[in-house]
Ligand binder design. Sequence first.
Ligand code: ASP
Length: 329
Amino acid sequence: MNKPSRILVLGTGGTIAGAGAGGTGAAYRPGGLSLEVLVGHLAALGLAVELVPQEIARIGSQDIGFAEWQALHAACAGAMEDPAVDAVIITHGTDTAEETGLLLDLTLPTTKPVILVGAMRPADAVGADGMRNFANAVKVASDAAASGRGVMLVMGDAVLAARDARKAATSAIDAFRTFPRGPLARVTPASLDWFGPAHSVGALARYPFPAELPRVAILTAGAGMDAKPVEALLGIGARGIVLAGMGQGNAPKVVLEALAACAASGVPVVRAARVDEGLVDRNVEVDDDALGLVAARALGPAKARVLLMVLVANGVTDAKVVQAAFDAG
Ligand code: ASP
């Protein structure tokens, strides 16, 4: 018999470790349960794997930031090198799972599976989904075909590529959508069906993990707005701006003119959409070539900000090079 997979479990908190709902209440504290207690609950599931817990934080993912990302990246990078570890599962709040997922996806090699898992209902709420999601994540982590698919997110019996995932509902169990690609697999604690082969087994990280992350702001466009918010962002030292634009990344003319001035001054500007889903392509209604702007393509504002932070941190600000990074999807 094969020896059971050894999985490093990195805890950050979130609703999967949430407590205080007391069965039917609404109020709870994300990260109320320690990873030790959470992993104790998992022992009762009889999973045929060895789980090695390491607590990084006990917070709601709305509070996650550079320090936690740095610790997560270091732990994952260590696991890639450690022959005793087969895979990594990160328990994470769902609010920013797509941001952490993309950041790690951009900065880790694809040697071993790295899987984020969360929950929409606290661990002590009736119908809690965390244990099932975790059992599903273990099923994925122990599968020989899971490597080489980038960082993944396991929620709602589906395996999503972190770079495609987006939280699209505030409280429904089935809260995540995936765009432009569909799910990578369907999973239950007893079954796993991949929809295609891995695309990049053993690929190197696309970018080094940054020593610090620059201030990159998201500016949401609204009808009738003026250019003052753009000036304000420059005033607080924004090193990059992501426009959460109307429709295909549109904004009033005065705002686009101000953003073009930013781009000309060396602050890259990426046009994403405030619309839930869809591509933002170059030169559709906005003349990106003339204004020096970048089209976010498939990335929504939150993920576009992560990619732009990584690019600026690595000294990439030229609009053509930034565009190539967004095109690489
Ligand atoms: N606010 C929580 C968090 O992101 C929500 C969740 O985990 O579902 O930590």
